[in-house]
Design a protein around this ligand. Structure first.
Ligand SMILES: [Fe+2]
Ligand SMILES: [Fe+2]
Length: 364
């Protein structure tokens, strides 16, 4: 058995080699790919939300009412697309976008389902049952659009075979809060862009993004409440962790988006412009709980991200080159990435002294 195969409970080996290309893409876990997470479920189960009870109950009531129950179904709006007519480069990057989004959605689904399954705390169980319900819908809807290309991802295989990254509960809170809110900001920015430029909408899935992003917004609200229920998670040395996650999440998004030039060209949107719009929305939202914000309007911020992107491209080239020279180059580039990330991390941040409270309805 090789390093890429595992033996599931039924004893039959599962091989990544036997899977289709999109499943292999989703199975990969590099620095930039969406990950699957696991955590200390017992510790997470001990979360006590009594200090934010009033807001919690309103949010849970909203999730229970399941406002998007009927949304993730195809309508005739899906029929006005000819996938075969998409140029090769765009088709490839669209698939990459869909697989990456699917992996992120399904990662949430797997983690939330496990929290619900392992928990005994009724608040935690209820919240994670609603959130895993939503993420399963989102992942399934994206996978249906991949099946249109004949390249659906084997989600059962992924659950068993993808590498899981362990994060302590507080790191899950920081990372998942940001991923939900940035997910909201990305989906709403794309939706609004196509509202203004419907002639550029090259795939029907973008028509579903408005209601979709409201689910992500609510999920983010839940993590905001989980963090605010324990104020020490948002103060003291934890501020350094929050800053780390902000830098890592923003830089990763910037580099990943730049790997899809045809996709953004077809949308009629500049990648930097789009990413900056997403950062501005995310920064505004995170004022609700984070004690600091990245100074994204400081020109050095964009310069650091641009450098990160150039280094990522150089790293890709060194990887393809292989051999001793390739490896030596990779070490040098790796050191430059670390130094550049440190430069980003040590930029002065903006203090957010008075955290706002939750908002049930997005206003961005
Ligand atoms: Fe989602
Ligand atoms: Fe979500």
């Amino acid at each position: 058995m090789n390093a890429h195969s595992k033996v599931p409970a039924n004893g039959k080996p599962i091989h990544v080699e036997d899977q289709n290309e999109t499943t292999k893409m989703a199975h990969e876990t590099t620095l930039l790919d969406p990950r699957f997470y696991t955590t200390d479920f017992d510790k997470l189960d001990k979360t006590d939300v009594s200090s934010v009870r009033a807001e919690w109950d309103v949010l849970i009531e909203q999730m229970k009412s399941d406002p998007n129950k009927g949304h993730f179904k195809r309508t005739e709006a899906w029929d006005d697309i000819d996938l075969e007519s998409l140029p090769e480069g765009l088709r490839k990057e669209l698939v990459d976008f869909l697989v990456s989004s699917l992996t992120a959605e399904f990662s949430g689904c797997v983690l939330y389902k496990e929290m619900k399954r392992r928990g005994s705390n009724p608040d935690i169980k209820e919240l994670f049952s609603y959130m895993s319900r939503d993420e399963a819908r989102h992942a399934g809807f994206i996978n249906d659009s991949l099946k249109d290309f004949g390249i659906g991802v084997n989600l059962g295989f992924l659950t068993k075979a993808k590498k899981y990254t362990y994060f302590r509960p507080k790191f899950i809170f920081y990372a998942t809060y940001l991923s939900e809110k940035i997910g909201y900001a990305r989906y709403i920015t794309i939706f609004r862009h196509f509202e203004k430029h419907p002639e550029k909408r090259f795939h029907p899935i973008f028509k579903w993004f408005q209601e979709w992003c409201n689910d992500e917004f609510s999920h983010g609200e839940a993590f905001s409440l989980l963090m605010r229920s324990d104020p020490k998670l948002l103060s003291g040395h934890n501020k350094l962790w929050i800053k780390f996650f902000l830098c890592a999440v923003y830089a990763t998004m910037f580099v990943r988006d730049h790997a899809r030039p045809e996709f953004h060209k077809a949308m009629g949107i500049g990648i930097e412009d789009y990413d900056m719009r997403v950062f501005r929305i995310t920064n505004e939202i995170t004022k609700q709980c984070f004690p600091l914000l990245l100074d994204i309007e400081n020109p050095k911020f964009l310069k650091r991200l641009q450098r990160m992107n150039r280094l990522a491209i150089a790293m890709g080239k060194a990887d393809n080159q292989g051999g001793i020279m390739g490896r030596i180059k990779k070490v040098g580039i790796g050191a430059a990435v670390a130094a550049n990330f440190a430069g980003l991390y040590f930029m002065p941040t903006i203090k957010n002294e008075i955290p706002e409270t939750s908002r049930l309805v997005p206003t961005w």
